[in-house]
Design a protein around this ligand. Structure first.
Ligand SMILES: [Zn+2]
Length: 585
């Protein structure tokens, strides 16, 4: 993989001085997209070798490009004439983080450059002295998982670690990080915001709070890492390599021998698997008190023929006091079928997925299962379509409420004053507002039964967002869910304010299918995907599924096996997009 040195080019001027002994030679990864070779250079004229992680500028193919020092004291191959670095521009990630980045690039089957970019300061920082680190040694520390009530910010998890040294605190969104940093400062914990305070956290440490890239932050004397809302998909990078801050945090803490604390009101199956289901739970009464009331409105029981968007109960809620947000999920444009007689949704035999009508038959896009156009519950052959859209919902809501209704779009400014008492929007609205008493989910079934293996966890995350918007039940917080599947594990978990109900049942389904965390998945697409899928078929340890819409799914028993199979050097030529651990397949 490493191709050291630049070959002597007769057109270039002769080297400035004879090649020195090994210790001064540095290896550099140029920050050039598509290039993953590393090259050897001499230090800047008569200077010392900059430490690993430093940002430098080098000459490459007659251009000056940026890059990172990835090793020092290397031995260049004999006969190679080296150029000096053009310039040392900035301090960068610490050497241990460079090694961690290398691990992540392999684990998520991508290049090292994008990971080092995420780990680099947002602007130039003078070189820093070698960092003091604790001497715990790898293997000590360990991972723990803490379930929190939705209204618990997790400050109690940070304080004990902060007394011992630097702590990295990872949150899904920068907004939440800023809020938490302010709160910690008021508690006298001197929190710094990542990446804004990169230079001070790199030299002085402390509590460093940020979104996912804070997991790469450079700090002296690391005492522990806390990942808040570890279930949140924003902790995963969207572009290749699709590293996940939770998993990087666990590996970084393991290497440093410090504790890693994962926390969430609805822990992911991935985190539960990491700790062998040993989760620290809050007292039942405290956890319940932290959730709003969750009320299910069973639409199957309404009189046959009724097919409006809103049940009589929801009409009452909308006319009642207090700000109300009605949410139509982004999957809300999907056409759902229900039985015109008994009101049940048309689902697959295992009741996990929706079925749609295709060529006079019912078909599941998720599993391919098919049957004639009949209700599996009562046998009736009369099915009806349920079709929903935000604009129509807003019109009907305004008529029901007898007052103007505001439609929220992606452009609505976060934290803006509520534009009306009754609001309607997609799930994005859950991130944009505050101060709502009631959230109504108009079509949660489309989310619950979506053809994605993580649909249940994703629906639970939506309910948690809503819970944080409305606040706890004692303050009047309420979530109303219109559904035809009130027995779904997600809804039972929410009603009982007990996320364990969801994860226990979900784990059984995942284990039976060998899906993550009981197996590893990658999605591959692009011109080279067919050839790669062909090659992977020869590996008996892999399951190759597809292609569907030009995409293949590759399953292995472990992330390591998957990473080895998808190693860039093993790939056939052709454009290839690799997404390891895709959350929405
Ligand atoms: Zn029926």
């Amino acid at each position: 993989m490493t191709e050291p040195g630049r070959l002597f080019d007769p057109d270039e001027p002769p080297p400035l001085r004879p090649q020195p002994a090994g210790p001064a030679v540095v290896r550099v990864l140029p920050d050039v997209s598509g290039l993953e070779k590393e090259f050897d250079y001499l230090p800047v004229a008569d200077g010392e070798a900059p430490p690993v992680g430093s940002l430098v500028r080098v000459e490459l193919q007659r251009r000056t490009v940026a890059g990172w020092v990835t090793a020092t004291g290397v031995t260049p191959p004999p006969g190679v004439t080296l150029q000096p670095l053009v310039k040392v521009t900035s301090a960068g990630p610490s050497p241990d983080v460079v090694e961690l980045a290398r691990w992540a690039a392999h684990r998520w089957s991508g290049r090292l450059g994008p990971v080092l970019r995420a780990a680099s300061p947002p602007r130039q920082v003078p070189l820093l002295p070698e960092l003091g680190q604790r001497g715990n040694g790898p293997g000590l520390g360990g991972v723990s998982l803490v379930r929190l009530a939705p209204d618990d910010e997790g400050v109690g998890l940070i304080e004990p670690l902060a007394r011992q040294g630097s702590v990295l605190v990872i949150t899904p969104r920068l907004g939440a990080a800023g809020h938490l940093a302010g709160r910690l400062r008021r508690l006298g914990l001197g929190a710094r915001l990542h990446p804004r305070d990169w230079p001070t956290s790199a030299s002085r440490g402390g509590v460093v709070v940020g979104a996912r890239s804070a997991v790469w932050a450079r700090v002296p004397d690391l005492a522990g890492i806390v990942v808040l809302d570890e279930h949140d998909e924003s902790l995963q990078e969207e572009r290749n390599p699709t590293w996940h801050a939770r998993d990087v945090a666990v590996e970084r803490a393991r290497r440093a021998g410090v504790p890693c604390v994962l926390a969430s009101p609805c822990p992911s199956l991935a985190a539960l698997a990491l700790v062998g289901d040993a989760v620290h739970k809050p007292a039942r009464s405290a956890e319940r008190a932290g959730w709003p009331v969750v009320e299910l409105v069973d639409r199957r029981t309404e009189e046959p023929g009724r097919s409006g968007l809103f049940s009589p109960r929801v009409a009452n809620v909308v006319r009642g006091p207090g700000p109300v947000l009605c949410v139509l999920n982004r999957t809300g444009r999907a056409v759902m079928l229900s039985c015109a007689v008994c009101g049940e949704l048309v689902r697959t035999e295992d009741r996990e997925h929706l079925m749609v009508e295709r060529d006079g038959q019912l078909v599941s896009p998720a599993t391919g299962e098919s049957r004639p156009l009949v209700c599996a519950v009562c046998g009736a052959a009369k099915l009806k379509r349920l079709r929903l859209g935000v604009t129509r919902a807003a019109e009907e809501l305004a008529a029901l409420a007898g007052e103007p209704v505001a439609e929220l779009t992606a452009a609505t400014r976060p934290g803006a004053r509520l534009p009306a008492r009754v609001l309607v929007g997609t799930e994005a609205a859950l991130h944009q507002l505050g101060g709502v008493d009631t959230v109504v989910f108009l079509d949660m079934d489309a989310e619950l039964l979506a053809p994605r293996y993580r649909a249940g966890e994703q629906a639970m995350a939506l309910l948690l967002h809503a819970a944080r918007l409305t606040g706890p039940r004692a303050g009047g917080g309420r979530i109303v869910v219109q559904t035809r599947t009130p027995d779904h594990r997600v809804l039972r978990a929410a009603v009982h304010a007990d996320p364990g109900i969801l994860t226990r049942e979900e784990a059984v389904v995942r284990r039976a299918m060998g899906l993550p965390p009981y197996g590893a998945l990658a999605e591959i697409s692009g011109a080279g995907a067919d050839a790669l899928a062909d090659r992977l078929l020869a590996d008996p340890g892999l399951t190759v599924m597809g292609p569907r819409n030009g995409r293949w799914l590759i399953r292995a028993d472990t992330p390591d096996h998957l990473a080895d199979a998808l190693r860039p050097s093993e790939r056939p030529p052709g454009r290839l997009r690799v997404h390891v651990d895709p959350p929405r397949v």
